[in-house]
Ligand binder design. Structure first.
Ligand code: APR
Length: 231
């Protein structure tokens, strides 16, 4: 059985990482246009760099939560693929092996020049500075997909979802495309779950089992369910 996890910011909420659209979420305190677009970078690369440095520091100081750990242990039972919208590395730090980041990974940087996807550079610690440059001499920017940019990992995600036997959507408002549209590729999945305190108001199709709980307790429930199918 192939289990696919499709996660969003709510996955990391119980690790103390802010979501985007909950009350007091990131987009309540920052304007997307000023910190998360190519135009923002052109206008003020220092402000954008500082915004992601602050988030990278919070992520390094955070720990994976029980939901991350339960997903990682699922790999002992069956094939698991994590497709995440998150730029944090908490899935990897909890032990998940197959993690696909649709919107990039904040622990890495890439060139701000013309060949941005040619190479990703691991950032030591939390701070990227204006002195960090690629070999062609362009300033390094966070390896994060900004609004208005394409999602390079999208085409890699489609076949993974198409082959899912079990799909678990966890901690996402499903408001950002093309990422949110990916869950419709899981046509073969015989079991679909959505874990989110607001799951009932996501407008998700009725072939999903709704678990109106947080990630940690929701994953406990779902794991009990799928263990019946796996073992
Ligand atoms: N457990 C599970 N889900 C939770 C929890 C929790 N403890 N707390 C909040 N949530 C849910 C919220 O109810 C909401 O549905 O997590 C979801 C978070 O939604 P968003 O803040 O919109 O985050 P996300 O869906 O990941 O955003 C998608 O938008 O800004 C861009 O690139 C950014 O990847 C991000 C994308």
């Amino acid at each position: 059985m192939k289990v696919v996890i499709f996660s969003g910011a709510g996955m990391s909420a119980e690790s103390g990482i802010q979501t985007f659209r909950d009350s007091d979420g990131l987009w309540e305190n920052y304007r997307i246009e000023e910190v998360a677009t190519p135009e923002a970078w052109s206008a003020d690369p220092d402000m954008v760099t500082e915004f992601y440095n602050m988030r990278r520091k919070a992520i390094i100081d955070a720990n994976p939560n029980r939901a991350h750990e339960l997903i990682a242990t699922l790999e002992d039972l069956t094939e698991v693929h994590v497709i995440t919208q998150n730029i944090d590395d908490l899935h990897e730090r909890s032990g998940s092996q197959n993690v696909l980041h649709l919107h990039g990974n904040i622990r890495y940087a890439k060139s701000s020049g013309p060949n941005q996807e040619k190479e990703y550079y691991r950032i030591d610690g939390w701070k990227l500075t204006e002195n960090d440059k690629c070999p062609e001499g362009y300033r390094l920017r966070p390896h994060v997909v900004w609004f208005g940019e394409s999602v390079p990992a999208y085409n890699e995600a489609v076949p993974i979802l198409s082959e899912a036997d079990i799909l678990i959507v966890i901690g996402t408002s499903l408001q950002v495309y093309p990422a949110a549209g990916l869950i419709h590729y899981a046509e073969r999945a015989s079991h679909k779950f959505v874990i989110d305190p607001k799951a009932a108001s996501l407008g998700i199709s009725d072939d999903f089992r709704i678990i109106s709980k947080g990630a940690e307790s929701g994953m406990e429930d779902v794991l009990k369910e799928i263990k019946k199918v796996l073992i």
